[in-house]
Design a protein around this ligand. Structure first.
Ligand code: GDP
Length: 139
């Protein structure tokens, strides 16, 4: 059975353009409940750790530099079938290929600076949520 939790980050491009409120509004209107949330600035080391699965990819350095370039907003979200439902809401990795009305289509500027992260599996949602939040920070 599909899980009810996913993990997201509003990325530095979107936070710096002051899109945080509009993106959170779209997430809440889509029926997600915020279980945990905080704004923070990742160090390059922490961003590298988070994206360690992409270590061998040619864009890893650029990704780590970008994700540590400014504030992010990290959150754990709850909804039935959360991972798949949220991936649909955010749209394709490259905003040029994202469906109309999706968060990436509305707010992202490029394949690298694509406004928002969404976990790709229940297992990764749990790992990523645990990376940022303790049990005391979830409600
Ligand atoms: P996602 O699951 O849709 O976020 O996509 P991936 O897991 O494939 O990639 C992780 C993140 O790496 C993406 O959200 C982008 O921010 C970034 N990324 C992916 N491909 C590229 C690329 O070709 N160039 C750059 N600069 N960043 C990329």
């Amino acid at each position: 059975m599909a899980g009810t939790l996913t993990f997201t980050m509003i990325k530095p491009d979107a936070v710096s353009k002051n899109y945080t409120g509009a993106i959170l509004q779209q997430i809440c209107e889509a029926g997600f409940r915020i279980v945990a949330m905080k704004q923070l600035h990742l160090s390059a080391a922490k961003a590298g750790e988070f994206y360690a699965v992409h270590k061998e990819r040619p864009f890893y350095g650029e990704l780590v530099e970008f994700m540590s370039s400014g504030h992010i907003v990290a959150a754990i979200l709850e909804k039935e079938n959360a991972v798949e439902s949220f991936r649909k809401l955010i749209g394709a990795t490259n905003p040029a290929n994202a469906e109309e009305g999706t968060i990436r289509k509305r707010f992202a500027e490029s394949l690298g600076k694509n406004a928002i992260h969404g976990s790709d599996s229940d297992e990764n949602a749990a790992i990523e949520g645990n990376f940022f939040f303790s049990g005391l920070e979830r409600f």
